[in-house]
Design a protein around this ligand. Structure first.
Ligand code: ADP
Length: 505
């Protein structure tokens, strides 16, 4: 880790499920950022000069090491987040998937593209990708290992150095990722976690880097975007969601209920793409409600390092209290609690929230349009697909959506009409493991995309290189030859014809 300011207190990292302090680590202050950036920049020049194959070898070894040390990885994730073993496993699998995808395709995404020349036969054009240099990542607590390292992998492969600021609640997984990367052969200066307070480190971090990628709340995203705008550096923001799920006639209701359990309650609902509101058609309402009630009511909640628990705690008592406040507010304003409620599950601590389904909500309730970010969903009955789409799209946020309906084509048609960056048919979270499609939000859910070509190209500046074979260069030499009305008319005839010549347009 970077040098620490001696005055800063040590940081306790707690397991929210047990209340136990699992580590006490050094944190750094604002003054640590510039020296870390300087070291990173020096290392980046050497790193970018190495061929793709050598950079890829490091990421490949990291991929293998992370899987070899799966127990350590899962223990670490669970220890600082309180989540279930399965939720931790999902993080590891997604990190491996991201590495696998960019190892296989990243080189192609960054290869030069031969482009149409300005003047056929006389010139050539190509576009190339150059690494920004130093990438800053500010990451949240909900997926400490996944978000702690996965977005860094394409940045590193592209030839950048990375300064990353993990959430102060969950820094251990990022530190473990750093150790694995270093063991895989990465120069430690190329991936430096800066552990400390967000408001203190955020400004200096944005001031020191050439690109910033932020994942977290819309409010903090706005602060980061402002700081990036001040410096005119590119940024991407993956922010909140109030993600709708549509359950329409013809859907297999049992599958949709499973989709709800995964989409609403995996990771204790602390997933930016998790289901927060469900629009259920009249025709299937009774069946869906009965299934959801039974399945969500039976979720095994608790703390375990085995796979016997389906849902763990939330990240902190503070956050759990915020989630419970949404449930209490809805209840007090007259909503019906179908399952769960605003008390922790019996025998468990206050970082646990009882899986909850609410219905009969209205727009005066916080749960209606604010992101809850917990194991709570609200159900609403609709009379038609049109009504479902209109209600689903009536939101400031537009991250993820999910459609369950009879007939694949009809479902896909509804998915297209959702005002979201990503939509799933017959699934809720599949998008995150579909690495070959861009992932990100619209409206206040963010700017920019991770995954696919966009997910590695965002870490590069695009450079265009044009060449001329004629002395004096392409257009200029032609224009210099045009010095009479006759020649002008001839040139304009050529320009007019040009539009019609296949292969030269
Ligand atoms: P939450 O409110 O759920 O903790 P945040 O969006 O505040 O979510 O946190 C995401 C990340 O942003 C964390 O790493 C946090 O430390 C960081 N952060 C918090 N405040 C700031 C800030 N003012 N500038 C930059 N980063 C910040």
């Amino acid at each position: 880790m970077a040098t620490s300011a001696p005055t800063l207190p040590l940081l306790d990292v707690d397991n929210p499920a047990t209340g136990e302090t699992v580590a006490t680590i050094e944190q750094v202050g604002a003054d640590a950022v510039a020296p870390a950036a300087e070291r990173a920049r020096a290392a980046q020049v050497r790193w970018a000069a190495r061929p793709w194959r050598e950079r890829a070898a490091v990421v490949r070894r990291f991929h293998d090491l992370a899987l070899d040390r799966s127990d350590l990885v899962l223990d670490t994730i669970q220890s600082e987040s309180g989540k279930s073993r399965r939720d931790a496993l999902a993080e590891l699998i997604t990190v491996a998937g991201t590495a696998r995808y960019y190892l296989a395709h990243g080189r192609h995404h960054l290869s030069d593209r031969r482009a149409r020349p300005g003047v056929p036969l006389l010139t050539r054009a190509r576009s190339a990708w150059q690494p920004h240099g130093l990438v800053g990542l500010i990451t949240p607590w909900n997926f400490p290992f996944l978000l702690g390292v996965a977005d860094a992998l394409p940045a590193l492969l592209a030839g950048n150095a990375v300064l990353t600021k993990p959430s102060e609640l969950t820094p251990l997984s990022t530190l473990l990722a750093r150790d694995l990367l270093v063991e895989a052969g990465l120069d430690p200066d190329l991936f430096q976690p800066l552990v400390g307070a967000g408001p203190e480190l955020g400004g200096p971090l944005v001031a020191a880097v050439d690109y910033v990628g932020f994942t977290g709340s819309t409010a903090t995203g706005r602060i980061v975007a402002r700081a990036a705008a001040d410096r005119l550096i590119p940024c991407s923001l993956e922010l909140g969601g109030k993600n709708p799920m549509l359950v329409m006639p013809g859907a297999r209701i049992e599958d949709a209920v499973h989709g709800l359990v995964a989409g609403g309650f995996a990771n204790s609902g602390q997933t930016c793409i998790s289901v927060e509101r469900i629009y259920v058609h009249d025709d299937v309402w009774d069946e869906f409600v009965a299934g959801a009630r039974a399945r969500v009511g039976a979720l095994r909640v608790g703390w375990s390092e085995g796979f016997d628990v389906e849902m763990g705690s939330l990240v902190s008592v503070d956050h759990a209290d915020k989630v419970r406040a949404h449930i209490a507010d809805a209840r007090e304003r007259g909503a019906e609690i179908l399952v769960g409620g605003d008390e922790p599950p019996p025998g468990l601590g206050r970082a646990f929230v009882t899986p909850t389904i609410v219905t009969g909500t209205d727009e005066t309730m916080a749960i209606h349009s604010e992101e809850t970010f917990g194991p709570v969903v609200r159900l609403e009955r609709v009379a038609s697909a049109e009504e479902a789409i209109a209600k689903a799209n009536d939101s400031d946020l537009g991250l993820n959506g999910s459609v369950w309906a009879g007939g694949r084509r009809g479902a896909r048609g509804l998915a297209r009409r959702l005002a979201v960056g990503t939509a799933n048919v017959n699934s809720t979270l599949l998008i995150y493991n579909s690495y070959d499609v861009p992932m990100g939000g619209i409206r206040r859910s963010g700017i920019g995309r991770r995954h696919a070509a966009a997910g590695i190209q965002r870490y590069c500046r695009q450079q265009s290189i044009v060449e001329s074979f004629s002395r004096g260069g392409g257009y200029e030499i032609i224009l210099r030859l045009v010095d009479t009305p006759k020649r002008t008319a001839a040139l304009l005839r050529v320009v007019r014809l040009w539009r019609r010549v296949p292969g030269m347009r």
